[in-house]
Design a binder for this molecule. Structure first.
Ligand code: CA
Length: 230
């Protein structure tokens, strides 16, 4: 999941960015609405976190413009102002939720999961494929009932693959969900995560097939024509 964070306070922004990265999100951070507009024009994001008090164009106006432009990703407003008026106005202008600063990270994470769930139009927080199950609310993955140990990047790759099933996931899209502007992730790095995931999935009969020139697809061993030894 790739998030855009629009926040001019460096301390607040780096705290949020660190916390969300640890939780497995890819976070791109900009300090103004103008930079946010550029980012939104060139990249795609699953959600935007927008501070209301920004230099130049403020967060309310940014939210309004983004909706006018037809962008539908969830917007979570951050505000230090406790004026009810701003929050109500933010929601009227198209924000989906708001949080008053200062806030606790677990609450932010819970709100993000709820917003992302709604926007993915998933009826439940559990993604599953054969023996593989990912509970995105609890951030717990199981394979044949056994808990899987996944690093944050492995989680991100597997979650994206699982959301695409039965379609393959494009490699460049995988790169996009993994990478922020400040991280150098190469297509080769994707292969590293893919091979780590393969090592974990294949014993349970889930394979990660490379689609030449495109990307990867999750398949069950029976689909690939193999019969696994018991
Ligand atoms: Ca601010």
């Amino acid at each position: 999941m790739r998030l855009l964070l629009v926040e001019d306070d460096v301390m607040v922004a780096s705290g949020i960015k660190l916390g969300l990265s640890d939780a497995g999100y890819t976070v791109d951070w900009v300090g103004s609405a103008e930079r946010a507009a550029q980012a939104l024009a060139s990249d795609s994001f699953d959600l935007a976190i927008v501070d209301l008090g920004l230099p130049g164009i403020d967060g309310l106006e940014l939210t309004r413009r983004l909706r006018v432009a037809g962008m539908e990703m969830p917007v979570l407003i951050l505000t230090a102002r406790d004026a009810l008026h701003d929050r109500v106005q933010g929601l009227d202008l198209g924000a989906d939720d708001y949080m008053i600063k200062p806030f606790e990270l677990p609450e932010l994470l819970a709100r993000l999961r709820a917003l992302l769930r709604r926007s993915q139009a998933a009826t439940s927080a559990v993604l599953s494929f054969g023996p593989l199950e990912m509970n995105t609310a609890q951030r717990r993955a199981t394979l044949g009932g056994q808990t899987m140990e996944l690093g944050p990047r492995e989680w991100t790759v597997l979650e994206y693959l699982l959301m695409q099933v039965p379609k393959p996931a494009a490699k460049d899209k995988l790169l996009q969900v993994l990478t922020g502007w400040d991280k150098e992730i190469t297509p080769n790095a994707i292969e590293v995560y893919v091979s780590r995931l393969r090592a974990k999935l294949e014993p349970a009969g889930v394979s990660l097939r490379a689609i030449r020139g495109f990307g990867y697809r999750l398949e069950l061993a029976e689909q690939a024509g193999h019969v696994l030894p018991q």
